[in-house]
Design a protein around this ligand. Structure first.
Ligand SMILES: *[C@@H]1O[C@H](CO)[C@@H](O)[C@H](O)[C@H]1NC(C)=O
Ligand SMILES: *[C@@H]1O[C@H](CO)[C@@H](O)[C@H](O)[C@H]1NC(C)=O
Ligand SMILES: *[C@@H]1O[C@H](CO)[C@@H](O)[C@H](O)[C@H]1NC(C)=O
Ligand SMILES: *[C@@H]1O[C@H](CO)[C@@H](O)[C@H](O)[C@H]1NC(C)=O
Length: 342
């Protein structure tokens, strides 16, 4: 028989090593996308030309210089709004707003070799006029993880110099709401929850809008934030989580896709899910009675990560050039609506 040390120890060692490796992988999984590492700048001699048919935000920025190089260090990427360059563009970007307003605004035909990219950050509930887009778009760029180009509202980035920093708390729960509709799930949950605890409400719906610079300092005073999405869809996790909760230094109480879906974006111990409780009375009591050591545990992620928000369309558009070499060529979405509603 072999001695214990030969049998037992190596396997203990191996499993510890494997365990560490798994932990490291788990920590990296929502931070690093392998395709980001292996596909640097495109190997084109002439720059890729990205024609943005209509700029997605109200005010188009000045993109007359090489913005991708200057702002994001992405080389060989030319972004233009000049529709006269349609014949030369490698990619044409269509934000869904354009499609929603007027179908005829699209070019009549697609030059050979050109790819059309459909872009949207809204959920299916808030997306109109999606029917009938068949065999039109080659790629999609949305908040959904299974998009050709995934554009989340935010993410956690590793930060080795990060430290836990919990703002001073004087309030229990807050919520910013601009469009209140009684029929929305979030309105119903709020209404029931508010029978058991007080919620500080800000935003247009309550005629207490917060100015841009007041938002984070105001919300940071609350221990918890109601990060309730306006509609419930897979991967639809917006700035309500990233900015109003995590960046503000409050603990998110989320209403949205299931817990497992959130856990693909942020650590399991960084948020409270409405579905974790049998009733809203239980949720309220959990929030009201939490002691400070328990509360602090929700900030463990701050030891290793910082929040990165994505708010600038220039950054999203420039990402197209980084992803371009790894995107499938010659593919087309047979039916956009059925993809988006899946
Ligand atoms: C855009 O930026 C360029 C370079 O900085 C400048 O020359 C040009 O005047 C700007 N255009 C507008 C409309 O501001
Ligand atoms: C990393 O954390 C430090 C300390 O909190 C902060 O000052 C710095 O801005 C963070 N870096 C990034 C890239 O977010
Ligand atoms: C809210 O309360 C009502 C009345 O007690 C109940 O019927 C309903 O299911 C509750 N809704 C939620 C989302 O908890
Ligand atoms: C704080 O609450 C946690 C969870 O309920 C509990 O396990 C822990 O013993 C409490 N700590 C103190 C100091 O009361």
């Amino acid at each position: 028989m072999l001695p214990w040390s030969l049998l037992g120890l190596p396997s203990v060692k191996a499993s510890v090593t494997a365990g560490l490796f798994v932990t490291v992988l788990w920590n990296l999984k929502y931070v690093i996308n392998l395709s980001d590492i292996f596909s640097k700048s495109p190997k084109h001699t002439k720059p890729l030309m990205i024609l943005v048919w209509e700029w997605p935000s109200k005010q188009a920025p000045n993109i007359s210089t090489d913005i991708c190089r200057d702002l994001y260090n992405i080389m060989g990427c030319r972004v233009t709004l000049d529709r006269g360059l349609l014949g030369q563009a490698d990619v044409v970007v269509f934000h869904h707003d354009v499609l929603q307003q007027n179908r005829d605004k699209l070019p009549k035909e697609k030059p050979p070799g050109q790819s059309w990219l459909w872009v949207s950050l809204e959920s299916p509930t808030n997306t109109k006029a999606l029917a009938g887009w068949k065999q039109t778009f080659n790629w999609v760029m949305t908040y959904r993880r299974d998009s050709d180009i995934f554009i989340p509202y935010g993410k956690l980035v590793p930060n080795w110099s990060a430290t836990v920093n919990i703002p001073r708390k004087t309030r229990l729960v807050s919520w910013v709401i601009s469009n209140y509709h009684r029929t929305q799930k979030r309105a119903e949950v709020y209404k029931n929850l508010s029978r058991y605890l007080h919620v500080d409400i800000y935003g247009k719906a309550n005629k207490k809008p917060l100015c841009k610079d007041c938002l984070l300092p105001t919300l940071s005073k609350s221990k918890f934030y109601l990060a309730f999405e306006n509609s419930i869809h897979r991967d639809y996790i917006t700035e309500k989580l990233w900015r109003n909760s995590l960046m503000a230094g409050t603990v998110p109480v989320v209403l949205g896709p299931p817990r497992a879906n959130y856990e693909r974006f942020v650590p399991a111990d960084s948020f409270i899910h409405v579905d974790d409780f049998e009733s809203l009375a239980e949720l309220a009591s959990f929030l009201k009675t939490m002691n400070s050591s328990h509360y602090r545990q929700f900030f463990a992620w701050q030891k290793r990560y910082s929040v990165k928000l994505y708010t600038d369309w220039r950054e999203r558009i420039c990402t197209i050039c980084t992803k371009y070499p790894s995107l499938p060529q010659g593919r087309v979405y047979p039916d956009l609506e059925s993809w988006f509603n899946a």
